[in-house]
Design a protein around this ligand. Structure first.
Ligand SMILES: [Zn+2]
Length: 194
């Protein structure tokens, strides 16, 4: 077994980073630069804070991965359930419009993470980047990008499995844009985004 120790120092100013165990993205307390922890070390990871809905008072800020681009369905087979009905043997039309595939970056059970991912991906919220709120540290980002991609595949599968045509097999590619990390405001129960 090889133990790989990585010095967590800011990429910009070399200030020691206060990452908690399990956290995979953290912000420098001195200069604010954000970075992602990978097996080979720290890499720059921009973080975007979303503008809250007008009038909302965020109680919590939750990190999410967004994979920008298109999900491309390369093959899709069904069990032929009532195949004559129009529109029954098609992938979800969502994939023609969706510009981001969403998954939570904070710790959740697999089931809950899938539910959040499915509902945000279906909603395709039009987010506006806003200023980072004062005195709110970036915390709780524990889902590594590699795991986020697996979770994203799970989100696509779940949405397709909900189609009425009894999916039997599917192949697709995930969006190929540079992964984004968004921090979204919540009132404690639900997201308060535009
Ligand atoms: Zn720094």
């Amino acid at each position: 077994m090889t133990v790989h120790l990585v010095a967590l120092k800011c990429l910009q100013c070399e200030y020691p980073l206060p990452a908690e165990p399990d956290e995979v993205v953290c912000a420098c307390p001195q200069c604010g630069r954000t970075a992602r922890l990978e097996a080979e070390g720290l890499v720059a990871q921009p973080v975007t804070w979303a503008e809250p809905r007008a009038g909302a008072t965020p109680a919590r800020w939750l990190p999410f991965w967004a994979l920008p681009g298109r999900v491309v369905i390369t093959s899709r087979e069904t069990q032929g359930f009532r195949p004559t009905l129009p529109g029954m043997q098609a992938a979800d039309p969502l994939w023609q419009q969706a510009t981001r595939l969403w998954v939570p970056a904070f710790g959740l059970s697999l089931d809950l993470a899938k539910n959040w991912g499915v509902s945000l991906t279906r909603a395709q919220p039009a987010l506006r980047p806003g200023p980072a709120p004062p005195d709110v540290p970036l915390r709780g980002c524990v889902v590594a990008l590699e795991d986020a991609r697996k979770l994203a595949e799970f989100v696509v599968l779940s949405i397709e499995a909900e189609r009425p045509d009894m999916l039997s097999s599917i192949a697709f590619t995930l969006p190929d844009g540079t992964p984004e990390l968004w921090v979204l405001p919540s009132d404690g129960n639900q997201l308060v985004i535009a």
